[in-house]
Design a protein around this ligand. Structure first.
Ligand SMILES: CC(C)(COP(=O)(O)OP(=O)(O)OC[C@H]1O[C@@H](n2cnc3c(N)ncnc32)[C@H](O)[C@@H]1OP(=O)(O)O)[C@@H](O)C(=O)NCCC(=O)NCCS
Length: 331
């Protein structure tokens, strides 16, 4: 296997993955009613066929716990060996306390640090980059990284530009020490000048003051689409180069599952080798923001399309605007 080059690091890698999808499948027909749209339009513009919506009693925390428990079991460690839990989410609706300490308690990680990471659709790759640094530096032996979203709480079912895109779910990975680096250097960045392209419709202050509605997601779809096509491929190429690799070394491409047209356009412009698997879970998950990459990773490793040790390029991008990418060895 071609090795990731990670100067100065003793090494960290993904040991196991886990996923949780709510049982309720929501069809395009169901979301299209309030937005005067159609199954055909949604499939053609986004590739989405269906998504999952959580029940009232399924929360960001409960979904995170379900995915985390599976990732811990797959990694062969016990929860009390975790030194840090990083929970990426944009749909956890408490300012405080953060969600990660509650996840820690519920999975039995009683001595772990616990931190929420708030970077929308780039959140999982940001958290993975932090986890890699913690384990490689010896700060924590094992780190749990979870992406968990209940996007159905923060979308407006009558908004034509977002109502059909998003879904709910959670995915998780456990990172642990390795003899050789199994996670490449993270390439990350942001452009706050474009903060308004994907943003809440208002502040919670307007709810307090009685001057605004419940804030929901808004997106300038065309501008976001153009930004991803212009900016994201070069970031992906830098992540491949930073790991000392070329695109031909990749066995898989697991981008944020924003929409199928974006995924296929980036895959094409990267010039992936024909044997590389491309994650397309957006078709049945929708865009699950920070959960989309670990959900897709879990499905990819379970599919038998890739082998342990194969290299996959991950890239998250979205609100902020922000992005993060790295190459990983699959568990
Ligand atoms: C959202 C997205 C699918 C919309 O597609 P689009 O081609 O840009 O659509 P537009 O907003 O330009 O609208 C095109 C037409 O479709 C119509 N339309 C818009 N939303 C519609 C909907 N939900 N259903 C049916 N028609 C719709 C518009 O009214 C317009 O009609 P017109 O040509 O008669 O004026 C597309 O912009 C996109 O994929 N953006 C990136 C979104 C994304 O992945 N974000 C996540 C990043 S984390």
């Amino acid at each position: 296997m071609t090795r990731i080059i990670c100067p100065g690091a003793s090494g960290a890698r993904i040991l196991g993955t886990g996923a949780y999808r709510p049982s309720r499948v929501v069809t395009n027909e169901e979301v299209c009613g309030p937005i005067d749209s159609s199954d055909e339009w949604v499939r053609q513009r986004s590739g989405i066929v269906s998504r999952r919506f959580a029940r009232t009693d399924e929360t960001v925390i409960s979904m995170a716990v379900a995915a985390a428990s599976k990732a811990i079991a797959a990694s062969g460690i016990s929860p009390n060996q975790l030194g840090m839990i990083l929970l990426a989410s944009m749909s956890y609706l408490y300012q405080t306390p953060s969600a990660a300490p509650q996840v820690a308690r519920l999975i039995g990680a009683n001595t772990s640090g616990a931190l929420d990471v708030h970077s929308a659709c780039a959140g999982f790759c940001y958290a993975l980059g932090i986890a890699n640094s913690l384990v490689s530096a010896g700060t924590s032996e094992y780190v749990l990284v979870v992406g968990a979203e209940k996007m159905s709480d923060i979308i407006d079912p009558t908004d034509r530009s977002t109502a059909f895109l998003f879904g709910d779910g959670a995915g998780a990975v456990v990172i642990g020490p390795a003899d050789e680096p199994g996670i490449g250097p993270v390439i990350w960045g942001s452009d706050g000048s474009q903060a308004g392209l994907i943003a809440h419709s208002g502040s919670w202050l307007t709810v307090r003051d009685g001057t605004g509605e419940w804030p929901t997601m808004r997106m300038s779809g065309q501008e976001v689409y153009r930004w991803t096509l212009r900016e994201i491929t070069p970031v992906a190429q830098r992540a491949i180069a930073a790991a000392g690799l070329s695109v031909d070394n990749l066995a898989a491409f697991v981008p944020h599952q924003a929409n199928l047209r974006i995924i296929d356009a980036i895959a094409k412009s990267l010039g992936l080798p024909p044997h590389a698997a491309v994650a397309r879970t957006v078709e049945t998950d929708g865009n699950t923001s920070a959960a989309s990459i670990p959900l897709a990773l879990d499905q990819l490793t379970a599919s038998g399309q890739v082998a342990s040790g194969d290299l996959a390029l991950l890239i998250g991008f979205g609100a902020g605007l922000s992005y993060a990418a790295q190459v990983v060895a699959l568990p």
